[in-house]
Design a protein around this ligand. Sequence first.
Ligand code: HEC
Length: 121
Amino acid sequence: MKQFFFAVFTLFVVVFAQTSCYYDNEVEHYGVTVCDTTAISYSADILPIIQQNCISCHAPGGQQAVSPFMTYEGLKQFTLNREIVDRINGNGVSLMPPSGEISDCSKQKIEAWVNAGAPNN
Ligand code: HEC
């Protein structure tokens, strides 16, 4: 268990050191990175993840002509059958974003939001 926390912490430090525009909602508690998935908010938690990782394609005029996610309604429809959760995990469908998985914490937040019924909060 200790080794796991150390690995997570090391990863956090490495990612932080390498990425000048690093952004995530992870918080550090006593040297251990914790992902807070309680009380997930669409506007405060989910939208920033989508804007950062998905909008470059999933918007009118985006790189690809695919479903637009800039609005709550545009995203919500892909939460009903949990397709968004399958996509971010590459679970039986092509991985989103295609360039590589988003952070574990971002994935956990999206999943928690979908499990809560994808509220518009
Ligand atoms: C580089 C461009 C690109 C990015 C970035 C991207 N997608 Fe996609 N996405 C696509 C393409 C192209 C398709 C349609 C082809 C397919 O199904 O694989 C698609 C399809 C989807 C679908 C199925 C619904 C549809 O529109 O066909 C979902 C859900 C999805 N993406 C979610 C996401 C999420 C969530 C993110 C960000 C975490 C993301 N995508 C980032 C290009 C992208």
